[in-house]
Design a protein around this ligand. Sequence first.
Ligand code: ZN
Ligand code: ZN
Length: 458
Amino acid sequence: MIYTIISTCFNHLHIYLRYIRKESVYVKKLTIMLTVSAFALSVLMTGCGTSRWYKGVTHLHTLWSDGDQLPELAVNWYKTNGYAFVAVSDHNTLLRGEKWKDVTALDAKYKIVAESSRLFGPATVRTLQADGRTTIRLTTMDELVGMFSGCKDFILIDNQEITAKSNVASTNNVHLNAVNLHDNVSVYNGGTTESCAVENVERARSLAGKGRDPVHLHLNHPNWTHSHSAEEMARIIDIDSFELFNGGGYSHNLGDSFSASCERAWDIATTIRLTKQQTRPFYAVATDDAHNYHSISGACPPGRGWIMVRAKRLEANELVMAMNRGDFYASTGVELGAIDYDSEKGVISLEVKAKEGVEYSIEFIGTLKNAVIEPHEKFMNDNKGRPIKVTGVYSPEIGKVLKTVKSARAEYKLTGEELYVRVAVRSSVLVPDSKEKENYQSAWTQPYGWEKLLKINK
Ligand SMILES: [Zn+2]
Ligand SMILES: [Zn+2]
């Protein structure tokens, strides 16, 4: 872009010089020199230090499935609350085609039709009144893009929550988000939760093959209905990330009497993948899974979990490529000023954008190469006596806190003995209205220092 602008200016200069004097060797040389300079300048300006952080959400619902808000009003909530990108993820559908929804009860209570008309103009709202009921045509993705096109620093991204069921009676939910996928997936139902997830991952990947836009696949709420143990997630090789935090009220992010927390499961799965599986770790996202937009204390309100992505441009492919290389962090309220990993020196440094009156604890967490790893899934009976598969109990050496700094700034130098190191920043402030009592606002980086290990072992 910058290159185009600069070279266009120099081309105009060239034309002007041609006008005032006959084409000469001098002018040709000058033009070549200026063009090369423009290119070099553009490389310098776009290639160095121009990346910035973009706040976004990749899991939310609207009336296109089981959310309780019109798509334009759900998106508007995020826009007005400082998000740069929104990827609406309704169940098994993109926001395409014509869909009508009965909103009689919702509209009587929350006046959503009038609110949409007030914000976007009456021409965008199409309703039918019959037998005392109000039906509304839902806004499509293309229309949403048009409605928000005038907003600076804000984009929408295609997404869908692939929503499947396995044949396992007690823990049968397999939910997976396909961020930036532009085709509806033919969803597979059946098998175990593991084979069902693997099959749906493959189906999504097949729609994002060569020459198409990059896609990011995240496995959702593993502790909801005990869908996925850590060991199982370790074996679903082709996922890009999982929900370490899901803002929904039934997600059990911190674990329950049957299963480990999502954070603990992540360390176990990362350790298994880097040793037994010899494959890369998957990353962590935080999401809302918003369904309920009319009360912050509802089961699944917006605004509890998000990601911060470091990219050069606010553009869907740029953001997804950054996510796929792990250049993002998950947050439930802690903002980071800087994260740097110097792979040559093996140094991770991090700074928190500290808020007045809030205390921060920065933990560097990892598994050392000499830790005892014995993968084993655990089977228990749930409250109804049905067998459930949950994350096993492992040595505390897995996902061990290697260093804690009670400050807004910290650094860690890898010794070479770590399989990986990740950073968790915990604050003294609770996630608002969380259904889980000990849920403090936090930020989580992705794991560092594992790439060399895989290269050496290959
Ligand atoms: Zn779900
Ligand atoms: Zn969902």
